[in-house]
Design a protein around this ligand. Structure first.
Ligand SMILES: Nc1ncnc2c1ncn2[C@@H]1O[C@H](COP(=O)(O)OP(=O)(O)O)[C@@H](O)[C@H]1O
Ligand SMILES: [Mg+2]
Length: 275
């Protein structure tokens, strides 16, 4: 089912029937002619990418190849030198996005409670208190929160802090959610928990998600597509589809399809690192 998609596009195969047409993922984010240099050294030149709607795309590649920079350019946190990025044909300013930072310790406001951190983007949008409460309650139910959200960030465990960051990022119902290494500072148990919660949130909302990961297992586990990048100057090495049905369970890491996709991804990665 999942032979490699040729580099440069995440487009679906040619449509031959109405059923396929209905099932084909539509492009959500279009990246065209993206260029970025740091201190005169090109990182990206004329880079193209299509991200499919409602899918989870993992970005994986060698250290320093520009995973975070690519995501940050798409999310509007780093200005590209050239190129165009459109969300359903709209610009970023007309698009609701969410972002989960790599370092959750610095990402939460320390002077307000976990609850107020989650509510913050809603209040900022001018939402009325009753609606804010209703939305936070929904997120509490979705994430099955058992700890006290009246606590301050410093009173929470790392996993709890990251959970609060993800709840905050989803509060405004973003069209696209960006996550930079969301598991990198978590222990294994918390990684399993956050993975499961992200997958549940994705299944419940259909939010397009982009996840940067340096861990191969994390990159594959949640992904519909694994975007493999080369060393810099950075190109797409390959886009690997992973179509194991959801919800995926921790034991699915032993599923032959998971093992096959992970091995293939590793092979491409090795080839790129040694290129
Ligand atoms: N603000 C910056 N100034 C100078 N160089 C940068 C800056 N941000 C990133 N880089 C360089 O660009 C390359 C890609 O960085 P990054 O996107 O963080 O890589 P990755 O996330 O894949 O590890 C690295 O060589 C890094 O040193
Ligand atoms: Mg990075």
């Amino acid at each position: 089912m999942s032979s490699p998609i040729p580099a440069s596009v995440l487009a679906p195969p040619p449509v031959t029937s109405v059923t396929e047409l209905l099932a084909a993922p539509k492009t959500h984010v279009t990246v065209r002619g993206l260029s970025k240099s740091f201190a005169g050294a090109p990182l990206y030149t004329g880079f193209h990418l299509d991200l499919p709607r409602g899918k989870i795309v993992s970005i994986f590649g060698p250290n320093g190849c520009g995973k975070s920079t690519l995501m940050n350019m798409i999310a509007g946190l780093v200005p590209p030198d050239a190129g165009e990025i459109l969300f359903d044909g709209k610009s970023l300013k007309d698009t609701q996005i969410g972002y989960v930072f790599q370092n959750y310790r610095d990402a939460l406001f320390p002077w307000i409670t976990a609850w107020d951190n989650i509510a913050y983007p809603l209040k900022r949008q001018g939402m009325k208190p009753a609606a804010v409460k209703a939305r936070v309650d929904e997120l509490v139910a979705l994430f099955e929160i058992r700890f006290d959200l009246r606590r301050y960030p410093y009173e929470l465990s790392g996993g709890q802090m990251q959970t609060v960051c993800i709840m905050r990022s989803l509060a405004t119902r973003p069209e696209v959610l960006f996550l930079d290494e969301p598991f990198s500072a978590l222990d294994f148990e918390m990684t399993l928990f956050i993975r499961a919660k992200l997958q549940e949130a994705h299944m419940a909302t259909g939010t397009t998600m982009v996840i940067v990961s340096h861990d191969l297992e994390d990159a594959v586990f949640l992904a519909d597509r694994i975007l493999l990048l080369t060393r810099r100057p950075t190109r797409i090495a390959e886009i690997v589809p992973f179509e194991l049905p959801r919800p995926r369970k921790p034991e699915d890491t032993a599923d032959p399809e998971f093992v096959r996709v992970k091995a293939h991804t590793l092979e491409v990665f090795r080839r790129e690192v040694n290129a």
